[in-house]
Write a protein that binds this ligand. Structure first.
Ligand code: IPE
Ligand code: IPE
Ligand code: MG
Length: 247
């Protein structure tokens, strides 16, 4: 009935849990500063939170988790931080992939990989191939991603296809985005106290519930995640209808 309601292939939760959660993991730098540590130490601590949130999603049978790890705008950071971030991502990917696979997690990296280091691209491809047929949590990690890049890239693909030129509609656009075929996020979380989208999933967030918390990403533990889920559960999603219509 609802255009934006969850994907028919994935059952909505009876207890009002989201099917798809998308997160901007923000606040690693400020967390590190408070502890008198380097920004990189903050990112390392942030990886622990990623593991904890993945575990919580599995426990609660959340189907899809999308994490924003590195945006196209983040190249503007000091070279050393950028290098450390990619090194960390590479190391964690190699270290954790077996465990993710054991847990039946299906991994997908979204973003422009044409400019990434060859070794990283190979590790990404291997990880995706290994977990391709897994049926547990679908884990999407956005690396060198931006919502505008995804839209532009998708529309360029559409324009090249003579079949689609005649009929560019909303479905056609949804189908060429990185997360085509998945339900759009039900719940968006941004940690770190700022309230902006920062070029994250611009198309898919059209009707997503937004949740902002001051908690810095390295401090965002399972109970902080549960607070966000409880907040989501209490909301009334109207998709343009009136409260009476939903009654
Ligand atoms: C988020 O934390 C991680 C990335 C953008 C990679 P930040 O590094 O943005 O942390 P703050 O915002 O400086 O605290
Ligand atoms: C945004 O984080 C994207 C990621 C978490 C990767 P930033 O901390 O870089 O966002 P802005 O620039 O402050 O909005
Ligand atoms: Mg930040």
């Amino acid at each position: 009935m609802f255009k934006y309601a969850s994907h028919p292939g994935l059952k909505a939760h009876a207890d009002n849990l989201p099917v798809h959660v998308a997160i901007i993991m923000d606040g690693n730098g400020r967390w590190a500063k408070r502890q008198n540590l380097s920004r990189t130490k903050g990112h390392i601590q942030g990886v622990q939170t990623v593991r904890e949130v993945i575990g919580a999603c599995q426990e609660k049978n959340i189907s899809v988790l999308t994490l924003f790890a590195f945006g196209v705008e983040n190249w503007k950071r000091p070279t050393k931080e950028v290098r450390n971030l990619f090194r960390l991502f590479f190391l964690v990917l190699r270290k954790d992939i077996a465990k993710l696979h054991e847990n039946s997690i299906k991994l997908k990296i979204i973003g422009d990989r044409t400019v990434l280091h060859k070794a990283l691209v190979s590790a990404i491809n291997e990880a995706e191939d290994l977990t391709r047929h897994n049926t547990g949590l679908q884990l999407n990690i956005a690396v060198n991603y931006s919502g505008r890049w995804d839209l532009l890239n998708g529309i360029q693909k559409l324009m090249k296809d003579p079949m689609s030129k005649k009929d560019i509609n909303e479905d056609a656009i949804s189908q060429v985005l990185s997360l085509a075929g998945l339900p759009e996020p039900d719940l968006f979380i941004r940690t770190g106290g700022v309230q902006r989208i920062s070029n994250f999933m611009l198309w898919e967030l059209a009707y997503t519930e937004l949740y902002f918390t001051n908690t810095l990403w390295p401090d965002f533990n399972k109970s902080a995640f549960e607070l966000a889920l409880n907040d989501y559960a209490s909301r009334e999603r109207r998709f343009g209808l009136t409260a009476e219509q939903l009654g």
